[in-house]
Design a protein around this ligand. Structure first.
Ligand code: AMP
Length: 306
């Protein structure tokens, strides 16, 4: 099957309580592709400036990512600057330089117009809509967004959400988008905006999938050292969508397995800056932590009352 992603390809400057890195590789579509390419072939749509290293484009290709939709244009690459306090669940944006993204209008190569699965990674919702318009309706359309767009481009976001099957957001974004404090109520309110499934990412507390009348919760893999949470959400989504694309599409069972794969991949990416840890993560590593998580969450029924 084929998995298409559109999103940011970026430089990130990140400060955490454990260190600081200037202009490391990042961006929502970049993290997503690094993660999903462990599981399936990914088609990537995005834009980079003259300053973006060709080596990394080559490296993505080696991982099986089709970069025919990654356009290089004059100017500087998108740059995000962020900071985390000891509560690593919350990113504080210090600066967003859209740069080449400000004038980008995606035009999909012919071979990218029939994906089975489409992931509209965090980026301007108008660009997400432009991509959606250019594809034959995929089996599944998923979307991620953030506070920057929820407040800055709310109407455009609400419009594209009508055609989305699965929304990925963190709890703060779910609250901001819905106006509901409780995440279960927030999920129900968001489902009325279009998506039939809402996946709420809760950082070190795992992720919650809400559908009509049912919920599924996957805890985060318990780690001793979390170094840099940047990209955890996109890596999680890459694992979920990659698993669905590899193992047969969305249904109640595969979606649950895919959530665990996503959580496991996110547990690797946070162990180092940028996606350095994903470079050395193998499918066997993922399978090992997947099996561990099953053990960590396995419990028997209570004895009957009598
Ligand atoms: P997350 O997975 O939520 O930690 O996403 C982190 C990535 O999102 C970083 O690599 C940033 O480059 C990227 N990012 C930050 N702000 C934006 C934005 N406004 N639009 C698109 N991508 C962004």
């Amino acid at each position: 099957m084929t998995l298409l992603v559109v999103g940011s390809v970026a430089f990130d400057s990140v400060q955490t309580p454990f260190g600081k890195k200037e202009r490391v590789l990042g961006g929502s579509a970049n993290f997503f592709s690094m993660s999903a390419s462990l599981l399936t072939r990914v088609q990537l749509v995005g834009v980079i400036g003259e300053d973006f290293p060709e080596d990394h484009v080559g490296y993505l290709q080696q991982r099986g990512v089709d970069t025919a939709g990654l356009t290089r244009v004059p100017g500087r690459t998108f740059h995000w600057r962020g900071r985390y306090e000891y509560d690593l669940n919350e990113a504080h944006t210090l600066e967003t330089q859209l740069n080449v993204f400000a004038d980008f209008r995606p035009n999909l190569p012919e071979a990218f117009r029939r994906p089975d699965h489409l992931f509209l990674a965090n980026i301007d919702p108008e660009l997400q809509a432009l991509v959606l318009e250019q594809v034959t309706r995929p089996k599944l359309v998923a979307l991620d967004t953030m506070n920057y767009w929820i407040s800055g481009k709310r109407q455009a976001l609400l419009k594209v959400l009508r055609d989305v099957d699965v929304l990925f957001v963190n709890d703060a974004e779910a609250r901001q988008l819905s106006g509901e404090h409780n995440v279960v109520k927030a999920g129900a309110a968001i489902r009325k905006m279009g998506p039939r499934t809402v996946i709420i990412k809760r950082g070190e507390y795992g992720a919650l999938m809400l559908e009509h009348g049912t919920a599924f919760y996957v805890p985060a893999y318990p780690l001793e050292d979390v170094f840099d949470p940047t990209g955890a959400g996109d890596t999680f989504a890459g694992g979920v969508m990659g698993a669905l694309d590899r193992w047969g599409g969305f249904n109640t069972q595969t979606a649950r397995q895919a959530m665990v794969v996503g959580g496991v991949l996110a547990s690797f990416v946070v162990e180092d800056f940028s996606f350095d840890r994903l470079r050395t993560t193998s499918l066997e590593d993922v399978q090992r932590r997947y099996a561990d998580l099953r053990q960590f969450t396995d419990f028997k029924d209570l004895p009957t009352a009598d």
